[in-house]
Design a protein around this ligand. Sequence first.
Ligand code: COA
Length: 199
Amino acid sequence: MTVHLTTERLVLRRFTDADVDHLVELDADPEVMRYLTGGRATPRADVVGQLLPLYFDHYERYGDLGWWAAEERAGGAFLGWFEFRPTDPADRGEVELGYRLRRAAWGRGYATEGARALIRAGFEELGVRRVVAYTMAVNTGSRRVMEKAGLSYVRTFQEEYPDPIPGSELGEVEYALAAADRKPADRKPAGREPADRKP
Ligand SMILES: CC(C)(COP(=O)(O)OP(=O)(O)OC[C@H]1O[C@@H](n2cnc3c(N)ncnc32)[C@H](O)[C@@H]1OP(=O)(O)O)[C@@H](O)C(=O)NCCC(=O)NCCS
């Protein structure tokens, strides 16, 4: 198992071919997919032929930026994933943050915990200068995670979809956080003293 990072309650690791069922089951829940596809599941063939190859390609190209499977530290249950990948293939400085968790894992602060850890590592260890995130304007939970992770509202915009889903008429929102705008309280790694930090 290739671990990317650990938090108090989570392990974020690389995806492998053994995760096909995890991803198929995650995307088979209409509530999980509500603000992504209107509830439609992702076909298994797309998980195998598109999603996993995309994730593996990012590991090869960027190493420590990409999609990470999230597991519970206690017990190892698959919880879902976090995304933290370059928006521009030629520049590692701006990354997009995203997350998708199994319904059983909602409401326990996991999305906030994983997002904060990725942002901290991005700014402090990976040379990231700006984190950006997008969601449907009506996706209150996702917007709240962005805010709790330190991102601020930037704009609302309209995307043209061939197959619009309920709520898309209210548009998409963008949130962002630049390295220079981080709150001092977010800069100190939890549970570590400054002397313990990497140079
Ligand atoms: C969005 C999602 C990742 C949130 O995960 P989570 O682990 O439950 O989030 P957290 O527990 O860290 O909650 C963070 C905050 O958001 C709030 N929140 C979470 N879901 C909410 C919802 N559906 N409605 C309103 N507030 C919500 C929480 O109350 C908490 O705020 P608080 O501390 O002020 O009470 C999860 O619901 C999910 O995976 N949804 C499906 C996929 C998705 O929509 N992803 C985002 C697409 S861009």
